[in-house]
Design a binder for this molecule. Structure first.
Ligand code: PFF
Length: 446
């Protein structure tokens, strides 16, 4: 027998879970460096525009479908389909979402494993375990394998416990801690020499970048990845929202939290990079751009923490705790997508499904770890740049063209009786039908 479906116990619980999914490595690592290499505040401006004009409507589509169908992605899309063809389309989109999110998790867990290793390094230092401390920070197949498995076990542990006792309980603990650590770190970094230079690089706009063809593509990719769209994560979380909730309002709160934390993270990462520069660390790559790839988190910032003297260990610990929390609240939302499908369609018990699917994904991660140069970039590109926006497009088409409009309105009205005359209903249906698909296709073709 399948276990009964869970439900978030409060609005706060849902918000922390959904913001936890959205806020991840993409916000703290991806957004600030993307902004710094693409005209600073000009990128911020493009990002805000796309996040609210494109990603928010797509997020709403997933939340509404999920809450209406109260089911995993595949079943939900089949429920709202209107005939055999659209049912088949629903199964394909839902199924591709499950496959895509599993591959996203397989590379995400590798990077999250690095964060876990760097989190333990200051502890090894304090304990005087010098050899262990070195081993933790030096890239190696054994280290990466051990930490990717450890990180996946944490993810499986939380998902096994269910929606309320696992996802909601941990998200409501971890997300406030994340914000607190972030604010404290920003406060500290601002007192260091060089920080204001970094702030300038982040916030002074260079509008000439709008002429760059890649700008909108990266801003849109960033917004879709950051809001965890297209792969059914938000749909599944939406399926656990109470029918009394006002969906347009809580959807906009999730988007605001996601964007707000990305903007805050920029106030930490860029000043920290320029503080590193002032202390003698190289922060520019051979082409003169800021180091943005893995080098930023696993070499530039650790070099900065090393130069800070005694307090450096604390700062490093706080920073990698921040990264680990951000990763974990996102990875649980990814694993929930296949788990909810297997629990509901095969009647497997949740802990068994979490263990089985988590292990399969961990094996894929290990294959990537063992063939890193060959596979890592490729998996990232295929899943996040190709599959995710394409599935986002299919979600928009499903909601805008296949699902019955009055059924959508009925669903929204459950938690917001005046919805029919509100701003959201006047704008969103047109948006999701025409503007979102057109914009995604245009950006995709670029
Ligand atoms: N939103 C997460 C981040 O910004 O790091 C990444 C993510 C989570 C992507 C969940 C996809 C997903 F289903």
């Amino acid at each position: 027998m399948a276990s009964p479906r869970g439900e978030f116990s409060s609005r706060f619980g849902f918000l922390m879970a959904a913001a936890g999914s959205a806020v991840g490595l993409g916000n703290i690592w991806g957004f600030p460096t993307n902004a710094a290499s693409n005209g600073g505040a000009a990128f911020l401006f493009a990002y805000l525009l796309l996040a609210f004009a494109l990603a928010y409507p797509a997020l709403m589509a997933e939340l509404i479908i999920g809450r209406h169908a109260r089911a995993n992605g595949v079943t939900a899309l089949r429920t709202i389909a209107t005939g055999p063809k659209s049912k088949l389309f629903g199964s394909v989109v839902g199924g591709l979402g499950i496959v895509t999110v599993s591959f996203i998790l397989s590379f995400y867990a590798i990077v999250s494993g690095w964060m876990l290793a760097f989190l333990l390094q200051p502890i090894a230092d304090v304990a005087g375990l010098e050899a262990l401390s070195d081993w933790l920070t030096v890239d190696g197949i054994l280290r990466n394998s051990i930490f990717v498995i450890s990180f996946m076990l944490l993810t499986i542990f939380i998902i096994s416990a269910g929606v309320k006792e696992g996802i909601e309980k941990w998200a409501t603990r971890l997300m406030p801690s994340l914000v607190l650590i972030l604010v404290l770190l920003i406060g500290y970094v601002f007192t260091l020499p060089g920080a204001m230079e970094g702030l300038r690089a982040y916030l002074v706009p260079d509008f000439t970048v709008f002429a760059k063809p890649g700008l909108l593509v990266s801003a849109m990719g960033q917004a879709f990845f950051s809001l965890s769209l297209g792969v059914g994560t938000m749909l599944v979380y939406g399926s656990y929202i109470s029918k009394n909730e006002n969906l347009p309002v809580i959807g906009s709160l999730v988007a605001l939290l996601d964007v707000g934390i990305a903007v805050l993270a920029g106030l930490l990462i860029l000043p920290a990079m320029y503080v590193a520069l002032a202390s003698g660390v190289e922060i520019f790559d051979a082409q003169g751009g800021l180091i943005a790839g893995p080098g930023l988190i696993i070499s530039v910032l650790p070099a900065l923490f090393d130069n800070m003297g005694a307090i450096g260990g604390f700062v490093a610990f706080a920073f990698f705790a921040l990264m680990t929390i951000a990763s974990l609240t996102s990875s649980i939302s990814m694993l929930e997508v296949p788990v909810s499908f297997v629990v509901e369609s095969q009647g497997v018990r949740r802990p068994a499904a979490a263990m089985l699917l988590g292990s399969i994904i961990a094996v894929i991660s290990l294959v990537i770890v063992f063939n890193f140069d060959l596979l890592f970039e490729w998996v990232v590109t295929v899943t996040t740049e190709m599959s995710q926006p394409l599935l986002g497009l299919f979600f928009c088409l499903f909601t805008g063209w296949i699902w019955n409009r009055s059924a959508i309105l009925e669903e929204i009205k459950q938690g917001s009786p005046q919805a029919a005359s509100g701003f959201f209903w006047r704008v969103w249906p047109f948006y999701i039908r025409f503007i979102c698909p057109a914009a995604i296709i245009i950006v995709y073709l670029q």
